[in-house]
Ligand binder design. Structure first.
Ligand code: CP3
Length: 344
């Protein structure tokens, strides 16, 4: 139930149109902040930071202290789920994630059927610490990766430009691919419920590579598994608030909303804003969609684009955000300008 005492972010998610939209930024805890870089250097590696509850909680809170965003997002990564399923994970400095690829039955058989809760328990402890430290009006967002996006990394062992290895696998052996998706679905339901029980107010499902699927594959590998996560979480937590972010799905987003049952969706930067207002925001609250490049560039173009985003979506339930994560070389002064412009 919505009450006036609820944080603005949650009121917007519940469908309220607010005169000033709540705001947070994807990757708001990250390399553009000197205080992040300092703790990151102390931790030695990205994963050591993710799995240290004291440090991960601190990093989650840094952008809240500095900017007073309306929501904090848990500091972790979508790839801790494959790691909990027993797949080796590491990050190559300056490049990105690496996993031991799983592309055949022998390798999949080595992957555990059920996630090891002990791997994820430091993340859950991070949630408890952040919850205890967050100011009252600040909402707290947990997350997981969507099965399709997580599977693209599990199969290829790294990020790929076109998700080719995962597509080759679901074409060659759809039953094997489905098996992998099923394991991610089950692990994600448990993981999101554990985050909710530890204190997050809402969860976001990141499907960063949704845009690379044609409409039939989108139905099978994006909508269907996401729907199972939404239903699985709601079975245990009927009041769970779930945001979907099928990045790049564009005109398929209305069918994603209807098919999955998410409460709200994130919008990428290059979506047609008229379409998004008329065909998406008419169904659920939206979150987005300032281009991270515009934020990095700053200047009058930033002011113009903030105004354009607000003009498009401010007439309905709306959370201001970027269309994707903030870029590491974004000046802090531009984030301050953004907040001033959104809150003016
Ligand atoms: O948004 C936040 O502040 C919360 C934390 C968060 C991170 N990753 C921290 C991170 C979240 C929500 C994610 C999600 C994530 N991780 C996604 C989905 C969203 C998206 O960006 O499309 C994906 C695909 C990943 C996997 C991943 N993690 C990649 C491909 C990379 C390398 C690219 C990069 O930005 O460096 C990461 C690393 C990562 N995850 C960093 C952070 C802060 C940078 C690591 C560092 O400090 O060296």
């Amino acid at each position: 139930m919505t009450t006036l005492a609820e944080p603005a972010f949650l009121r917007a998610l519940s469908g309220e149109t607010l005169p000033t939209p709540p705001i947070w930024m994807m990757r708001q805890a990250g390399r553009y902040l000197p205080e992040y870089r300092e703790l990151r250097a102390k931790a030695g590696s990205f994963l050591s930071l993710c799995y240290n509850p004291e440090w991960a909680a601190e990093v989650t809170l840094q952008p809240i202290r500095r900017f007073g965003f309306d929501a904090a997002i848990l500091f972790s990564d979508i790839l801790v789920v494959p790691q909990a399923l027993g797949q080796k994970l590491w990050f190559v400095e300056g490049e990105g994630p690496r996993l031991e690829p799983v592309a055949d039955l022998t390798r999949l058989a080595e992957i555990d059927a059920v996630a090891d809760a002990a791997v994820l328990s430091p993340v859950i402890e991070t949630v408890q610490r952040v919850r205890a430290a967050l100011p009252k009006g600040t909402a707290f967002i947990g997350f997981c990766g969507a099965p399709w996006t997580v599977a693209t990394y599990m199969v290829a062992g790294r990020g790929t430009p076109d998700q080719g290895p995962a597509k080759a696998l679901f074409t060659r052996d759809p039953a094997l691919f489905q098996h992998m998706i099923d394991r991610i679905v089950a692990a994600s339901i448990d993981y999101l419920c554990a985050q909710i029980e530890a204190g997050v107010d809402a969860v976001q499902i990141f499907d960063s590579w949704a845009g690379s699927l044609g409409s039939d594959d989108f139905e099978r590998w994006c909508i269907a598994p996401t729907k199972r996560i939404v239903e699985g979480v709601r079975l245990r937590r009927p009041d769970a608030r779930i945001i979907g972010f099928p990045r790049g799905a564009g005109r398929l987003i209305p069918s994603y909303i209807v098919g999955t049952g998410v409460d709200a969706v994130g919008l990428e930067s290059d979506i047609d804003r008229d379409f998004a207002r008329d065909e998406i925001q008419s169904l659920v609250p939206v979150q987005g969609n300032l281009d991270p490049l515009v934020l990095r560039a700053g200047g009058p173009e930033l002011e113009r684009e903030v105004a354009a985003v607000r003009a498009a979506f401010g007439g309905g339930p709306f959370v201001f955000n970027l269309g994707h994560g903030i870029l590491p070389d974004t000046p802090i002064a531009h984030v301050e300008r953004l907040l001033a412009a959104v809150r003016s």
